[in-house]
Design a protein around this ligand. Structure first.
Ligand code: NAD
Length: 498
């Protein structure tokens, strides 16, 4: 028992919806249970909203947008955004514990995510202050044309369970900073920190209706938000198939979409790479966040000259990774978020064996057999034609393959429907750039693991997404550009019928 287990033993209060500045039950009084990934026992009960709750939340958000929030001075609005960041920081340890308790993500990792969440608010408040501007064009001596950026209205935000608090704040911060109001539909399996963000925003004193949370199922609450005529934009992070369903459902209303979807990202390790650093990056990149990471390097391509040695070292890492209690500071891999997801990941490991892989797994201590633990796993002798190489497993599982030369590995790396991220390891600087640019993916790292710079575009190509988040790219999504053409001279006007 460590000090970090304390919140796990407390009974957490049940979770309500947050609509128009008040914590309320779902109108239909429906609820669902929230389960611990560590024991599979009930943590608490969550209000399950549906279309009538979405209607109320959207009406409140629309009223706030047209009223008090829309009329605030920029500094007043941004002060609220900074304040949310400050409050998250002030409660960061407690939020990190809630997040680990709810999702099974190790506390050492959720602490970093919560620190990043506070940064999201400060970063976007700073960005709006200094970089949200229009353009101006002088046209001879006849016109001055200029653009202004306006908030769009009620932003519908739909988020997954894998890094819930960080991903929610990554959307809420730019939406609010640019002047929109928000209805958030968080994932069913990770409601605790979404409830906490509502409490934080409530404490920050934002006007009623500016921020709303409707918990509930994707097919009911989520779908109602997507179809709602007063919600002009939907920012979605989740599975590719869900993204495509959402786009169909929003098509009639011509919604604006940002789609951050699944991945099956390659890490390519050439024979001249710094092996120790590549090994660190490769293991961290797939086993951190319990492997439930959209940008995970879930396919490794090893140059054939270094493959045997690298695989031996990978096996040692897998043997030594500390699988344990997510509340324990030394734990590196915790339980998966939900039993259904555990079954899914285990199913893929069984499939790998049927498809011809040699499966090499680490160890889950007996004491944790009530939890959704999957040991870190290598799928050796994998092949691009296998489903376990083509499909996103979203757990601590990496497919291991070899290659002979650069052309071959580029072809193999690109031979999946996803295009979120990729990683290239080589000491040859020209080859590093060349291969990175040849990979069909939104984000590449050369000689590095996934290190984020909030100013740079985040997002995927192919089936991994549409649009980008981060830096200026968020402005493209969360604001409407309007162009004003002003005649400053009596320019020529055609005289029809004169
Ligand atoms: P999911 O698609 O099952 O669910 C995501 C959200 O969509 C949930 O809130 C869910 O309730 C909601 N939803 C489901 N059906 C809906 C519908 N018909 N209409 C509206 N909303 C609906 O995804 P998940 O299992 O929660 O998350 C894991 C997935 O997210 C993985 O594929 C992962 O790669 C992806 N992901 C992508 C990124 C990225 O930035 N590209 C980041 C994190 C996670």
């Amino acid at each position: 028992m460590t000090q970090f287990q304390a919140p796990a033993q407390k009974k957490l209060k049940n979770i309500s919806l947050y609509i128009n500045g008040k914590f309320v039950d779902a109108e239909g009084k429906e609820t669902f249970e929230n389960l611990s990934p560590f024991t599979n026992e009930k943590i608490n009960v969550v209000a399950s909203g549906d279309s009538s709750d979405i209607d109320k939340a959207v009406a409140a958000a629309k009223k706030a947008f047209q009223g008090e929030w829309g009329q605030l001075k920029l500094d007043e609005r941004l002060n609220y955004v900074y304040k949310i960041g400050d409050l998250i920081e002030a409660h960061s340890e407690e939020i990190a514990m809630l997040e680990s308790y709810d999702t099974g993500l190790p506390i050492s990792q959720t602490r970093k995510m919560i620190a990043r969440s506070a940064k999201n608010f400060r970063f976007y408040a700073d960005m709006v202050k200094s970089h949200l501007y229009g353009e101006a064009y002088q046209v001879d001596d006849e016109f001055i044309n200029y653009s202004v950026r306006k908030p769009v209205g009620v932003a519908g935000l739909i988020t997954p369970w894998n890094a819930p608090f960080m991903l929610e704040t990554w959307k809420i911060a730019p939406a609010l900073a640019t002047g929109n109001t928000v209805v958030l539909k968080p994932a069913e399996w990770s409601p605790l920190s979404a409830n906490r963000i509502a409490e934080v925003i409530d404490k920050a004193g934002l006007p009623d209706g500016v921020f709303n949370v409707v918990h509930g199922y994707g097919e009911t609450a989520g779908a109602a938000l997507v179809k709602h005529p007063d919600v002009p934009l939907i920012s979605f992070t989740g599975e590719t198939t869900t993204g495509s369903e959402i786009m169909k459902n929003g098509a009639d209303a011509l919604k604006r979409f940002s789609m951050e979807l699944g991945g099956k990202s390659p890490i390519i390790i050439f024979d001249d790479a710094d092996m120790e650093r590549a090994l660190d990056a490769c293991t961290w990149g797939v086993f951190s966040f319990n492997g439930e990471r959209c940008t995970a390097n879930s396919r490794v391509y090893l140059h054939e000259d270094i493959a045997d040695k690298f695989i031996e070292q990978l096996k040692q890492r897998v043997d030594n990774i500390r699988v344990g209690d997510p509340m324990e500071p030394n734990t590196q891999v915790g339980p998966l978020v939900h039993r259904d997801h555990y079954d899914n990941v285990k199913g893929y490991i069984e499939l790998a064996e049927k498809e011809g892989c040699e499966v090499y797994s680490g160890h889950v201590p007996e004491a944790f057999n009530k939890g959704n633990y999957v040991a870190p796993t290598l799928l050796l002798n994998a092949d691009n034609r296998m489903r376990v190489v083509q499909e996103e497993i979203f757990g601590p599982v990496i497919a291991v393959m070899t290659f002979k030369d650069e052309d071959e590995v580029i072809e193999l790396a690109n031979d999946v429907r996803y295009g979120l991220a990729g990683y290239v390891w080589t000491k040859d600087i020209k080859r590093g750039h060349r291969v990175a640019q040849a990979i069909d993916a939104g984000m590449l790292w050369v000689n590095s693991q996934n290190v984020r710079d909030l100013r740079t575009p985040f997002g995927g190509s192919k089936h991994s997404g549409i649009g980008r988040e981060g830096g200026f790219y968020a402005f493209e999504f969360y604001t409407e550009t309007q162009i004003i053409h002003v005649s400053v001279k009596d320019h020529h006007i055609p005289q029809f019928g004169k």
